[in-house]
Design a protein around this ligand. Structure first.
Ligand SMILES: Nc1ncnc2c1ncn2[C@@H]1O[C@H](COP(=O)(O)OP(=O)(O)O)[C@@H](O)[C@H]1O
Ligand SMILES: [Mg+2]
Length: 254
């Protein structure tokens, strides 16, 4: 693996259609190590499809994705699993297992990815990760005993517990109230710094984006229509962007 290269994700000319519906059309993108990239776009614009392609859950029709220089779609299953080990994801629907305690939910990915770890190593890692999300006291609780924000934090703990280098977030704050949104966004950025992660964050939420992002792209009509800092995008005179963000700002002030 070439580590000198600072690009962790390279996407070239990605195309994906469902039937005649083109969802991604020649999308290219680079993410540098340590970057926090936000992906904006109205719903149905291929944001989740893009994340699924990056993690190899969905196969594009054409194009190339390199993770740390490894071409995701030319790897063997075993090699792909190695690459995936290095990627954490928090999907919107990333529900915890309801019938398992927090401890069991967290030990699950550890046991799968690191079958050789001892129980003591697993317990230590769970305790440490719960401290990172400030929820040590929840270890023996069931998900149903936790608030929405707490469940999100446990979901976050579960996705970082394997020490991924790259984190993918799909609408991490959707459905949360404004205060919890701010808390979760701040937690994401703090963890990201503490653990030296790189992240790609799909969001509708300008509050979340402003807290997290260095750089943003905007998917529209299957293309990367805009690219820049959040400020570049929100200050733009472009009619479409103005309209998109004015709706977001109304939401922010509610
Ligand atoms: N597995 C699938 N089969 C068929 N169509 C799909 C599938 N996944 C996504 N799509 C379609 O692709 C488009 C983009 O979806 P998605 O990436 O989920 O949008 P969003 O930007 O809201 O995350 C949508 O029109 C959706 O209906
Ligand atoms: Mg989506």
């Amino acid at each position: 693996m070439v580590m000198a290269d600072t690009r962790i994700v390279e996407i070239y000319n990605l195309c994906k259609s469902f039937g005649t519906h083109k969802v991604l059309d020649d999308v290219s993108l680079n993410v540098q190590r340590g970057d926090n990239l936000v992906v904006f776009g109205r719903s149905g614009q291929g944001k989740s499809v893009l994340l699924k392609c990056i993690i190899g859950l969905m196969q594009p029709d054409s194009g190339k994705i390199l993770i740390n220089g490894n071409d995701v779609f030319s790897l063997s299953v075993k090699q792909l699993n190695e690459v995936r080990k290095n990627i954490g994801f928090l999907f919107q629907s990333a529900a915890l297992y309801d019938s398992m305690t927090v401890r069991e939910n967290l030990s699950f990915p550890l046991k799968r990815h690191f079958p050789d770890r001892t129980q003591k190593e697993i317990d230590d890692k769970i305790n440490h990760t719960l401290e990172l999300v400030s929820l040590s006291e929840a270890i023996d609780k069931m998900p149903s005993e936790l608030s929405g924000g707490m469940r999100k934090r446990i979901g976050l703990a579960r996705s970082i517990i394997t020490d991924p280098e790259l984190m993918l977030y799909d609408e991490p704050t959707t459905g949360l109230d404004p205060i919890t949104t701010k808390e979760i966004s701040e937690l994401i950025i703090n963890l990201q710094k503490k653990l030296n992660m790189t992240s790609i964050v799909v969001t509708h939420d300008l509050v979340c984006a402003k807290i997290i992002a260095d750089r943003a792209i905007f998917l529209r009509e299957a293309k990367v229509a805009y690219e820049g800092s959040i400020k570049d995008l929100t200050d733009s005179d472009d009619k479409f962007l103005k309209n998109f963000f004015s709706h977001e700002i109304v939401k922010e002030e509610e």
